[in-house]
Design a protein around this ligand. Structure first.
Ligand SMILES: NC(=O)c1ccc[n+]([C@@H]2O[C@H](COP(=O)([O-])OP(=O)(O)OC[C@H]3O[C@@H](n4cnc5c(N)ncnc54)[C@H](OP(=O)(O)O)[C@@H]3O)[C@@H](O)[C@H]2O)c1
Length: 304
């Protein structure tokens, strides 16, 4: 069986081939442009995969507020075109989405009680998603296209990804790398402490995805490491594990003042995935520990 991985130089795209069986063909941005139907069709026609895994996306959450057209072209129209190729060529499509589809307010809060500020229990696949930013709208539109066009699909929502590809300066980087960099430069840092979610190692997501797609239990899934935290508490754990001495100060989302709205609570309920693959993904603290080991090995290999 041939599996094509789109977005192969990104964080998740780098880790996926480590866990997939059969022939794996890596498709980089230079091989395929998601905003161009001809590029998608000619690349996939050449490879003729039975499974297509799309990890590519426009991921610049704040910039998307000014570049909505580009975010929609990559995150909405791109997956729709890939789904169309999969439908016409009898291939399975695996596509990734985001916890940000659960925006600042829950659907229940919007409809029943506008005063209710945040949801506070892990969000399930059947919960209605109300995106709060252009990026989130583009990702929700993309997942809906995949689900409606291609019957044999896995749409996997995840959160706060970090993977070793970021140590090579690939893509937009990740939160762990940013904290390690800032921690080495500064004595004190202020980090947002009122956004609750579950940061996830791409290595663990790649492994769980490889297991899930062998089940043929198609559908929408939530997949993150286990547990929940805030960006502030994640930063504290990064500095504790990396033995970096930095004074941390909690910030509110309002004080931080990012351009795009982020959900205050987007912890994902992963029970459906756990039933499908027969296990939970590792705890976020253990995933971080493994990442710090892997990145050190990666950096050492790169220096040789
Ligand atoms: N990162 C997160 O925190 C996070 C959180 C939740 C969900 N997700 C989702 O998880 C998936 C994987 O994320 P990731 O962090 O692994 O992404 P990533 O590291 O940013 O990699 C994305 C890849 O997509 C490629 N790409 C961007 N625009 C493209 C286009 N127009 N055509 C073709 N390729 C294009 C990029 O290539 P270039 O760099 O060469 O442009 C890059 O290799 C994405 O669907 C993302 O939305 C990510």
């Amino acid at each position: 069986m041939t599996t094509a991985v789109i977005g192969a130089s990104g964080q998740l795209g780098t880790d996926l081939p480590k866990f997939l069986s059969g022939e794996v063909v890596s498709i980089r941005h230079s091989d395929m442009e998601l905003t161009d139907s001809d590029s998608i069709n000619s690349c996939l026609d050449r490879i003729r995969p039975e499974v297509v895994i799309n990890t590519a996306a426009y991921n610049l959450v704040d910039k998307a507020e000014d570049e909505g057209h580009q975010a929609m072209a990559v995150n909405f129209l791109g997956p729709a075109r890939v789904a169309r190729w999969c439908l016409e060529n009898d291939a399975t499509l695996v596509h990734f989405s985001t916890d940000y589809v659960f925006g600042a307010l829950s659907f229940e809060a919007l409809t029943n009680n506008p005063q209710e500020p945040v949801a506070s229990s892990p969000r399930r696949e059947i919960d209605l998603a109300v995106p709060g930013s252009i990026y989130a709208q583009s990702k929700l539109a993309g997942e809906n296209m995949v689900r409606s066009i291609c019957r044999r699909h896995f749409v996997i929502r995840t959160c706060g990804l970090y993977g070793v590809a970021a140590t090579r300066g690939v893509g937009k980087g990740n939160f762990v790398e940013t904290m390690l960099l800032l921690g080495a430069e500064r004595d004190e840092l202020a980090v947002v402490n009122d956004q609750h979610c579950t940061p996830t190692a791409t290595r663990d997501l790649a492994q769980a995805t490889a297991e899930l797609i062998t089940t043929e239990k198609y559908g929408l899934y939530h997949a993150t490491n286990s547990g929940a935290t805030t960006w502030h508490d994640l930063a504290a754990e990064i500095f504790r594990q990396a033995k970096i001495d930095v004074k941390l100060r909690p910030l509110t989302t309002e004080e931080f003042g990012a351009k795009a709205a982020r959900p205050a609570y987007s912890v994902l309920n992963c029970q459906k995935l756990e039933s499908a693959i027969g296990r939970p993904m590792p705890a976020w603290q253990d995933a971080l520990r493994q990442y710090l080991i892997d990145r050190t090995q990666n950096l050492a290999t790169d220096q040789r």
